[in-house]
Design a protein around this ligand. Structure first.
Ligand SMILES: [Zn+2]
Length: 143
C-alpha cells in the first residue's frame, strides 16, 4: 500500500514538486524509506484504499489543496503509530509518534488539532519532526 503510493509519487514527481504539494512536504514524503517504517503497525486499513481513490477522483483538479492534504495525512497515517494518549489542547484521544530532527526526542502529535509536544514537554517547532523508524519503536518497546 505505502509502496504503491510512494512509487506513484516518485514517478510523477514533477506534479508534486509544485504548490500546493511542496507546502505539504511532498519532497520529504517521497523520500521515505518504506522498508524501515512500521507500516504493519499502522492504523490504516486496506479498506481505506477504496475511500482514498474515491476522494482523489472526486476532488479532481478543482481542489488540489485538499488532495495534497489528504494524501499527506494518508502517508503519515501509514508510517506512524498511534498511542492512546490524550491531547493536552483539545483533549481528544489518539496521538501519533514522531521524532525530533534536531533533538532526537520522541514527539506526540494530536490526530485532531495537530498540537505536538516532545516527550520532555517542550514545544515542537514548525517542520521539526521526522517519522520514527520501526527499529527505534521496537527498541523503545512501543511495538
Ligand atoms: Zn488535539
Amino acid at each position: 500500500m505505502l509502496d504503491v503510493i510512494l512509487l506513484w509519487l516518485r514517478r510523477n514527481y514533477e506534479c508534486f514538486s509544485v504548490e500546493p504539494f511542496s507546502t505539504y512536504n511532498f519532497y520529504e514524503l517521497s523520500h521515505i524509506d518504506e522498508k524501515l517504517m512500521p507500516v504493519e503497525f499502522s492504523t490504516f486499513k486496506l479498506s481505506e484504499l477504496a475511500h482514498l481513490k474515491k476522494v482523489i477522483l472526486r476532488y479532481k483538479s478543482k481542489d488540489v489543496e485538499a488532495i495534497a492534504r489528504f494524501l499527506r495525512d494518508t502517508i503519515e497515517e501509514l508510517v506512524t503509530i498511534e498511542i492512546d494518549e490524550q491531547c493536552p489542547r483539545c483533549e481528544s484521544h489518539g496521538m501519533r509518534i514522531f521524532v525530533g530532527k534536531q533533538n532526537g526526542l520522541l514527539a506526540f502529535q494530536c490526530n485532531v488539532c495537530g498540537h505536538a509536544h516532545y516527550s520532555d514537554g517542550s514545544k515542537v517547532e514548525v517542520g521539526g519532526l521526522d517519522f520514527v523508524r520501526e527499529v527505534r519503536l521496537r527498541e523503545l518497546g512501543l511495538i
